[in-house]
Design a protein around this ligand. Structure first.
Ligand SMILES: *Cc1c(COP(=O)(O)O)cnc(C)c1O
Length: 383
C-alpha cells in the first residue's frame, strides 16, 4: 500500500535482527569475543547504525577494511577497539593512531610508515600482524613472517608500537572439509609460535570469519570476525541456511509500483525486447535498476514478491527501472514490491537473488547503492 512517505525504493534495516545475530554469534563463539565487521557500509546495511547495534548486543570489537571507515566510526563516537586491515602507502596512519585504531600490518613497508607516523605524532601505535597462512591475498608469507615479527618486536621494545594481535584469514571456511582449512590452521599455529618465541603476547589471536565461526570451533581462538552473519545472511549456504544457523536477515529491499498498464499479447518489454507478453496482460513498472545495485544479471530471472505473489522480472533490468508481468494479479500503483527480505512471508531472500544471478549473497546486499535510502527499524532506545 502506498503510504506517501515511502521512497520509490528503500532498504529497511532491522536493527533488532542485527542485535540478535550478534548475540547468536557470541553464543556460537564464546568464550571468544566477537568483532562485528562493518566494512563497505556494513555490507550495504549502513555502517554507524549497525555498528552501534552490534556493540549494544555485545560485539567488543569492530572491523573495517579501509582507514576512512574506521575514522568514521570514531567520529560517530564508537569507542570499542577497531581494527582496520587494508592499507596502501600514504594512508592516514597518524590519524588512525591518534584515533586509537588498530592497524593491520602485512609487510615491512606498512610497519615503516606506522613507525614514522608515531615519531611524528608522539603516541605508540596499536598494530596487529597479519600472516598469509594460505589465502594468497593479504598477509605476510611464511618466509617473510620471522623478519616482520622481529622488526615489530624491536619497535615494541622502543616504545613505538604495541602488538595487539596476530591474525590471518581463511580461503575456504565455507567448505569446512576443504584441505586448505586444516593446512591454514597448521600454518597459523606455526606463525603464532614464531611470534610467541620472539616474545609477543598479543591481546587477540584470530583467524575465523563468520563461516569459520559457525563451522570450525577449533578456529575461534580469542576472537571471531563476524561479517555476513552479523547481517543475518548465511555465509555458507551449502552448509546451512540463515535459519539453520540461527540468523535472521536484517535487510528488506522494497520498491513500489510506479505504473500499471494493460498491454496486448506479443508486446516486447524493456531494452532488447528479450521478453514478450504471451497474452493480454498487465505490466507493473518497478523504479529500481542497476544504478541502485540491482544486478543487470537479474534480467528475466530476478524474483520479486507483490502482496503474496511471486513474480520474475520481465526482460532487462535497466539503469533505473524494471518491469514485472503481473498476469492475473490485481496490483495497483503504489503497491509494495519486495525484492528480498528475511523470507518468512514467502518473499525472496538475498540468497535467492544470488543463486538466480550467479553470485553470492555478500554481493547482493553490499551492492545496494547510495541512491537507496536506509530506513532503520527497531533502533534501540538506549543508543
Ligand atoms: C570481510 C572480512 C571478514 C568478514 O568475513 P565474513 O565472511 O563476512 O564473515 C573477516 N576478515 C577479513 C579480513 C575480511 O576481509
Amino acid at each position: 500500500m502506498s503510504t506517501g512517505e515511502q521512497a520509490r525504493l528503500e532498504a529497511r534495516i532491522d536493527l533488532a535482527a542485527v542485535r540478535s545475530n550478534v548475540r547468536r554469534m557470541r553464543e556460537v563463539a564464546g568464550p571468544a569475543q566477537v568483532m562485528a565487521v562493518v566494512k563497505a557500509d556494513a555490507y550495504g546495511h549502513g555502517m554507524v547504525p549497525c555498528a552501534r547495534a552490534a556493540v549494544e548486543a555485545g560485539a567488543t570489537w569492530l572491523g573495517t577494511a579501509l582507514p576512512e571507515e574506521a575514522l568514521a566510526l570514531r567520529a560517530a563516537g564508537l569507542s570499542v577497539p577497531i581494527l582496520t586491515w587494508l592499507h596502501a602507502p600514504g594512508d592516514p596512519f597518524r590519524e588512525l593512531i591518534a584515533a586509537d585504531v588498530d592497524v593491520s600490518i602485512s609487510g615491512l613497508w606498512a610497519l615503516g610508515e606506522v613507525v614514522e607516523a608515531v615519531r611524528a605524532g608522539g603516541r605508540p601505535a596499536r598494530i596487529q600482524l597479519k600472516a598469509d597462512t594460505g589465502l594468497g591475498r593479504n598477509g605476510a608469507q611464511p618466509h617473510d613472517w620471522p623478519l616482520l615479527v622481529e622488526e615489530a618486536v624491536k619497535a615494541q621494545k622502543d616504545g613505538l608500537v604495541t602488538v595487539t594481535g596476530l591474525w590471518s584469514h581463511f580461503a575456504c571456511a565455507d567448505e569446512p572439509t576443504h584441505p586448505s582449512v586444516a593446512a591454514q590452521l597448521t600454518a597459523y599455529r606455526e606463525a603464532l609460535e614464531i611470534a610467541e618465541r620472539a616474545g609477543l603476547r598479543p591481546e587477540v589471536r584470530h583467524i575465523a570469519n563468520s563461516p569459520a565461526a559457525l563451522l570450525l570451533p577449533e578456529s575461534h581462538y580469542d576472537l571471531v570476525r563476524s561479517g555476513l552473519a552479523t547481517y543475518g545472511v548465511s555465509p555458507a549456504p551449502e552448509e546451512g541456511s540463515a535459519a539453520d544457523f540461527g540468523l535472521r536477515p536484517a535487510m528488506t529491499l522494497v520498491g513500489r509500483l510506479a505504473l500499471v498498464k494493460l498491454v496486448e499479447s506479443g508486446h516486447g518489454v524493456s531494452y532488447g525486447h528479450t521478453y514478450h507478453t504471451t497474452r493480454r496482460t498487465r505490466l507493473g513498472l518497478v523504479p529500481a535498476g542497476y544504478a541502485d545495485g540491482i544486478p543487470r544479471a537479474a534480467s528475466s530471472c530476478g524474483p520479486v514478491w507483490i502482496d503474496g505473489v511471486r513474480h520474475t522480472i520481465a526482460g532487462r533490468v535497466a539503469m533505473d527501472q524494471f518491469v514485472v508481468d503481473l498476469g492475473d494479479q490485481e496490483a495497483g500503483v503504489g503497491d509494495e514490491v519486495v525484492l528480498f527480505g528475511p523470507g518468512d512471508r514467502g518473499e525472496p531472500t538475498a540468497q535467492d537473488w544470488a543463486e538466480k544471478t550467479g553470485t553470492i549473497a555478500y554481493e547482493i546486499v553490499t551492492r545496494i547503492g547510495p541512491r537507496v535510502p536506509r530506513v532503520y527499524l527497531n533502533a534501540s532506545a538506549v543508543l
